[in-house]
Design a protein around this ligand. Structure first.
Ligand code: NAD
Length: 308
């Protein structure tokens, strides 16, 4: 099978590309390297540096490609509040450009990495795919638009489309930017470096954390499974964890009690978010395999930044 992974130097993209390569797929990666860590990409995987809005480049890269995994995006929620235009250009515009190129060249299936943020604040938990979408931030809006373009352009042009609404993913090689880093690598780094762990709000807010290998497994299934065109699927663990519980688990994992500070002045985000995984189980045969406790252990053991 021939695949293109956009965002192939990013956290999810490079894990996915390496896995596909190990499975015997022929993989190409596209990434503009605005983020990402290309040094962790398997050396046999050709990486094209370039923009997902560059149509001539896409036409060239898509030659003979059957499956496209579209992961290239700006993916920092608070940043999107400050730069909505950039999020629109890359996440929505970039998706439309890619879909146009897929139409022109003729691919079999496009899999979009969408996001659980499209749900916003939901009173009913666990949240299922048919919940009314309430995207509260520009990043989430850009993902809702990308989903809609995906299904529209695919239907009108006769190729298959699947959108995965991915929940909070964690694992080795996850970047930790200075501002607005994802909570698991942030808290792990801070605990290991004896810095205070800063929790926004009271820490009773919940999230659904899924280990990177499970997300990669779901992406591969989404490429291989026949007859799933048009589906939107939650990809989470299905387990609800408070931020306070997460911090305790991180302390147990690294063998050091975190020093916790609560920042009541910063919005803590939605109060609850956990995936209803029944549809992904039914449609994709997907069942997350890594419990949070085990995933944190693996992350701690495998992340190069934690060694030595
Ligand atoms: P990431 O930032 O590590 O990877 C995204 C990659 O896209 C980066 O390497 C970046 O350089 C690249 N990119 C950005 N703009 C580009 C452009 N214009 N052209 C080409 N490449 C470009 O983020 P990630 O965590 O690996 O996320 C991958 C995808 O999964 C994103 O679409 C994100 O929205 C989605 N997602 C991630 C999570 C998560 O928890 N990590 C959850 C839900 C959805």
């Amino acid at each position: 099978m021939h695949a293109l992974v956009t965002g192939g130097a990013g956290f999810l993209g490079l894990h996915l590309a390496n896995r596909l390569h190990a499975l015997g797929w022929s993989v190409r990666a596209l990434d503009d390297l605005s983020n990402g860590q290309p040094e962790f990409l398997d050396r046999d995987i050709p990486l094209q540096e370039g923009d997902v809005n560059d149509l001539p480049l896409l036409w060239r890269l898509l030659k003979n490609v059957e499956v496209v995994f579209h992961l290239a995006a700006l993916a920092n929620v608070p940043e999107s509040v400050h730069y909505p235009r950039a999020y629109n250009t890359v996440n929505t515009g970039g998706t439309v450009a890619l879909l146009e190129a897929c139409r022109d060249v003729g691919v079999r299936r496009v899999i979009l990495a969408s996001s659980a943020t499209v749900y916003g604040a939901q009173s009913r938990q666990p949240v299922s795919e048919d919940a009314p979408l309430k995207p509260g931030v520009p990043y989430a809006v850009s993902k809702v638009a990308a989903e809609n373009y995906l299904f529209s352009i695919a239907r009108l042009n006769g190729f298959e489309a699947v959108a995965l609404r991915i929940f909070n993913t964690y694992g080795p090689w996850q970047p930790v930017p200075h501002a607005h880093a994802p909570v698991i690598p942030r808290f792990m780094h801070d605990t290991l470096n004896r810095r205070s762990v800063v929790i926004f709000g009271d820490g009773h807010q919940t999230r659904d954390f899924i280990y990177i290998d499970d997300v990669v497994h779901a992406l591969v299934l989404a490429a291989e499974k026949p007859g799933i065109h048009g589906h939107v699927l939650n990809i989470g663990s299905g387990c609800e964890t408070t931020i306070n519980e997460l911090v305790d688990l991180i302390g147990q994992t690294v063998g050091r009690k975190p020093h916790v500070l609560h920042n009541q002045g910063t919005a803590a985000g939605v109060s609850r978010l956990v995936a209803d995984m029944s549809k992904a189980r039914r449609v994709l045969d997907f069942k997350p395999r890594v419990l949070l406790r085990d995933g944190l252990q693996r992350f701690h053991e495998l992340e190069p930044a934690f060694q030595g």
